[in-house]
Design a protein around this ligand. Structure first.
Ligand code: AHG
Length: 334
């Protein structure tokens, strides 16, 4: 029996979903609760970023060779901490860490899930008060339960994800997650300190009027991408336009907006960096899963992101994601 209430918290929602599966163990709900808790802690720090000495570079580089901001480290530690101390995760992979971390204790070895995350995406925007986010991806282990998780658990094609989601620290803080059953968004109600269901069963509009790409790299893109961007610029009201270009430089914010309003986001390869900038496991797979559940599409320019078999945990890929018809127009560009 479904409880019909106006306000539903993230925990209530995931538990409600479990009621439809009598054999569910509650591990996934536990994992999402842990992620929600870490997100609330990061939300608090992001909100006071301008006030305390947490802002700015930590003076180190992450494994991708990029400057690490202090909040990146804070967020990484929060997510790792809650998942390590919870009972629903056997190990994690993070954009901020060289290698996977296998929790390897009696309880964690019994957990059937592993989690990958980008603790703070768009961190170069922290010191200018622009929206940033956390992205996460959950896989069922392929290694034997009762034993420590292995790298093979993390190197699975995106199509095998059990759940994926993101938190956007913006004008409000929102957690959006998807399972095969649907994508749902929860806004943090600060008066009760809970994520509450605000965007049930999100569907990405079939088309939109916004395209997001770094125009500064235009001359380094391949001909097909240049042609598509030019076609976007030439849209008029007679052929579905005019289009607006919106590029925040914080993928969570750009893709979140396109998911809700319709649009396309592109981070193509460039002549300097043929694989682009974004990471398959921490950024592209989770968003590809969410957008597909919501009716949109995601590719690397040639193939579906979710079908890519990853070879190493930090690999990058060109990334195109958005409303179905806009993606099909890109695919049809010659
Ligand atoms: P970072 O976390 O280093 O700020 O990177 C953010 C990512 C992604 O969120 C964003 O869309 C893209 O990098 C922006 O990169 P460019 O500045 O190269 O366009």
């Amino acid at each position: 029996m479904r409880i019909n209430r106006k306000i539903q918290t993230l925990d209530e929602f995931t538990i409600q979903q479990m009621r439809d599966f009598p054999n569910a163990t509650g591990e996934l709900s536990g994992l999402l609760r842990d992620i929600g808790l870490a997100a609330k802690r990061v939300h608090v720090e992001v909100n006071k970023a301008g006030l305390v000495d947490i802002l700015g570079d930590a003076g180190t580089m992450n494994v991708q060779g990029e400057d690490v901001k202090k909040l990146d480290i804070f967020a990484n530690n929060q997510f790792m901490g809650v998942l390590r101390h919870g009972i629903s995760c056997a190990g994690i992979g993070s954009e901020e860490m060289d290698d996977i971390v296998v929790f390897d204790d009696e309880v964690s070895n019994q957990s059937k899930y592993v989690c990958l995350f980008d603790p703070l995406d768009g961190s170069s925007n922290i010191d200018v008060n622009v929206s940033i986010g956390t992205i996460f991806s959950v896989f069922r282990r392929v290694s034997e339960l009762g034993k420590p998780a292995t790298k093979a658990d993390f190197l699975q094609a995106g199509i095998k994800q059990v759940a994926a989601g993101y938190v956007i620290y913006g004008s409000s803080t929102m957690l959006v997650y998807a399972t095969r059953r649907g994508a749902n968004g929860f806004t943090l109600d600060q008066s009760i300190g809970e994520f509450t269901l605000s965007h049930p069963d999100i569907k990405c509009p079939e088309t939109g009027k916004m395209y997001s790409v770094n125009h500064g790299n235009f001359f380094q893109y391949n001909e097909k991408v240049k042609k598509y961007i030019t076609a976007c610029q030439k849209k008029t009201k007679d052929n579905g336009g005019p289009y607006t270009q919106r590029y925040i430089g914080s993928m969570v914010a750009d893709v979140h907006r396109n998911l809700i309003k319709g649009g396309i986001f592109m981070y193509p390869g460039t002549s300097d960096k043929p694989k682009g900038k974004l990471r398959l496991l921490y950024e592209c797979n989770p968003f590809a899963f969410i957008i597909e559940v919501a009716g949109g599409k995601a590719t690397d320019g040639n193939m579906r992101i979710l079908d890519i078999e990853p070879k190493e945990i930090h690999e990058r890929t060109p990334f195109f994601i958005g409303s179905r018809l806009m993606m099909e127009e890109l695919e049809g560009t010659e």
